[in-house]
Design a protein around this ligand. Structure first.
Ligand code: ADP
Ligand code: MG
Length: 477
């Protein structure tokens, strides 16, 4: 066999690996993350891949590294690891910090995601989904964007998501009620609308009603005023799925609670699905009748936890894609890092940046993002410690924290260490000898040298400079 044939075989294998990944992760994720990968060569037992940016490399390695390796091993059992390098580094720039990442078993998959479906993102066009549910008369209109396809799943919401999907797809009632709870802006309403959309498109004969607790009360009070409670009851009791959002609103509203309790029981007795959301678990709901509280907890109680960095990043990624804007990955990382309160604020920030850039016709950069969001970001004047800097820099460059103190001089660890020293000098009031001591007892001249070297690199390599600025902002938190 000549080498041309060997190369062909490798191409064929690579095509198969890609094909399988594509079907596993879906078109959107494939296009964003896996398609840009280039197969460089196979070197002994190492498959060498490359990709355009460090961010892409880190993402692909942590989310798909293990799976890539498994799939390669199915093609060729002698493959031991996958290495992903950053293209401009391969092409000869000084960027010693961008060592290729190896996907051995040791590369952690990002904690926040389901294994083979790490980033589920928008695929369907929202236009396909009916904007309103069948019973316009009593249900509230649905937001066409709040679909399962547009819901990004990560560790904090995977339980709630799975339970919601189960309710929507089940042929017999899996549990009753489904009680979703969590803080503001974490996706409760989104999931409820998603259930309604899915049922109305897949089981159009089912009657689904979604409405807020407030709306429920309003209708109930109006029915009483017009002495029409009979038809009120009938309307609600004739549905297959009843979803009431933000039930904490019923606190202290005794007669509404009472009415709801009866409706609820009637539906459950008839095997109709009830879905409830609130900002607290049932037993924590204040001024709520005990029998109602306990009844609400009979089915599945699923909480949505506060978002993680990984989840925020993939939500941003997904929204940017839906808006068809090209956001620099660094800006997305920055937002995901800085705006940790809830998804609504995250979306708000993204919208603001996109709207502004469209209005003034300016490219989106890290600098103007920071300017534009200064009120949201409000840099706190807190004390930055060398330990924090070391930790953050080690994370950023994927090296061990202990390498900050170790005598190792390999560039893969030496350069990040220099970056950390540089930031320590910039962001703390520590003296050079003090900084040196925090880095495994190094001499102050070593620190001085590091600061100079990083300054030089910043001056000659724009992408390196940008990287350092990003790190700096992250440390400044
Ligand atoms: P809640 O009802 O819990 O206060 P919402 O469901 O209204 O929160 O969510 C607030 C916003 O954040 C919505 O625009 C929603 O689409 C978005 N959102 C929340 N979680 C996610 C997620 N996991 N994926 C995509 N968008 C999300
Ligand atoms: Mg809500």
């Amino acid at each position: 066999m000549n080498s041309g044939e060997a190369a062909d075989r490798i191409e064929v294998r690579w095509a198969r690996v890609r094909g399988r990944l594509r079907s596993e992760v879906g078109e959107a994720a494939f296009k964003s993350w896996l398609k840009p990968l280039t197969l460089r060569q196979i070197d002994g037992d190492v498959v060498r891949l490359s990709v355009g940016t460090r961010f892409m490399r880190d993402w692909v390695a942590s989310h798909y590294g293990d799976r890539l390796r498994e799939l390669w091993r199915e093609e060729d059992a002698t493959i031991g690891s996958i290495e992903i390098a950053v293209e401009d580094v391969l092409d000869g720039q000084d960027g010693g910090t961008a060592e290729p990442l190896r996907a051995r078993a040791a590369v952690p998959s990002a904690p926040g995601f389901t294994r083979h479906e790490p980033v589920r993102r928008s695929v369907g066009s929202p236009g396909e989904i009916p904007g309103e549910i069948i019973h316009r008369d009593i249900g509230a209109p649905l937001d066409p964007r709040f679909t399962f396809e547009n819901f990004v799943v990560g560790k904090p919401n995977e339980m709630a998501h799975a339970a919601a999907l189960r309710v929507a797809d089940a042929t017999t009632l899996p549990f009753n009620p489904l009680f979703l709870y969590g803080g503001v802006g974490l996706g409760k309403t989104h999931l409820m609308h998603a259930i309604a959309h899915r049922i109305s498109s897949r089981k159009p004969d089912k009657r689904v009603i979604y409405l807020s607790a407030e709306n429920f009360m309003y209708r109930f009070i109006r029915a009483m005023r017009y002495k029409d409670t009979m038809s009120f009851k009938e309307q609600f009791r004739a549905v297959d799925f009843l979803m009431i959002d933000d039930i904490q609103f019923f606190s202290g509203k005794d007669s509404t609670q009472e009415e709801f309790f009866h409706t609820f029981n009637a539906l459950v007795d008839e095997n109709r699905q009830v879905v409830i959301s609130a900002d607290k678990p049932p037993f924590d709901l204040q001024r709520m009748e005990e029998r109602l509280r306990s009844r609400l907890g009979w089915g599945v109680v699923a909480d949505i936890h506060p978002t993680t960095y990984e989840l925020r990043l993939s939500i941003l990624q997904s929204k940017a894609e839906q808006m068809r804007v090209d956001m620099p990955p660094k800006v997305l990382e920055f937002l995901a890092y800085k705006i940790s309160s809830n998804v609504r604020e995250l979306e708000g920030a993204l919208n603001r940046i996109v709207a502004h850039s469209e209005l003034v016709g300016r490219e989106i950069t890290l600098e103007n993002t920071q300017e534009l969001l200064h009120d949201l970001l409000r840099a706190s004047d807190r004390h930055i410690t060398i330990d924090e800097i070391q930790k953050r820099v080690a994370e950023h460059f994927n090296i061990r924290l202990s390498d900050m103190h170790s005598p190792r001089r390999a560039r893969a660890v030496a350069r990040p260490r220099q970056v950390a020293m540089y930031l320590a000098k910039q962001l703390t009031t520590r003296s050079l000898p003090e900084i040196g001591r925090k880095f495994g007892g190094r001499d102050h001249t070593t620190v001085m040298h590091a600061v100079k070297r990083i300054d030089q690199l910043r001056a000659t390599d724009a992408s390196f400079a940008e990287d350092i600025d990003l790190l700096r902002r992250m440390v400044e938190g």
